[in-house]
Design a protein around this ligand. Structure first.
Ligand SMILES: [Zn+2]
Ligand SMILES: [Zn+2]
Length: 109
């Protein structure tokens, strides 16, 4: 029996299995008008489901929070002191901007 799939993280539609033996198994957005969402390819359906259900990308509900966070952090770099400053303020600003950059990289696949 195949694992239950969480909805598409991009649009919230239901998801379905796709792919085959050669290309591996992966999960795609299976909504009435699929958004093109596609999970990582794995060698079998249970691993594909696991990868899909891990959702590294924020679901639509979380995404609003993330966008708000990113908006709030806009211009944060202006608060940095000189480049190699090691103070707590600079450390936190760098940590936040790096985390946001990592999220952006994930979203772009
Ligand atoms: Zn979708
Ligand atoms: Zn500093």
């Amino acid at each position: 029996m195949q694992a239950e799939l969480l909805p598409c993280p991009f649009c919230g539609s239901s998801a379905r299995y796709a792919g085959g033996t050669a290309s591996g198994v992966y999960i795609v957005c299976g909504g009435p008008s699929p958004c093109g969402g596609k999970g990582p390819s794995r060698k079998n359906s249970s691993e594909a489901a696991h990868a899909w259900n891990r959702r590294p990308i924020p679901a639509p509900a979380d995404r609003a929070k993330w966008e708000a966070l990113r908006e709030a952090c806009n211009g944060l770099e202006d608060w940095l002191h000189e480049d190699d400053c090691k103070c707590g303020q600079c450390y936190r600003i760098k940590a936040i901007t790096q985390a946001l950059a990592a999220l952006d990289a994930k979203e772009q696949g």
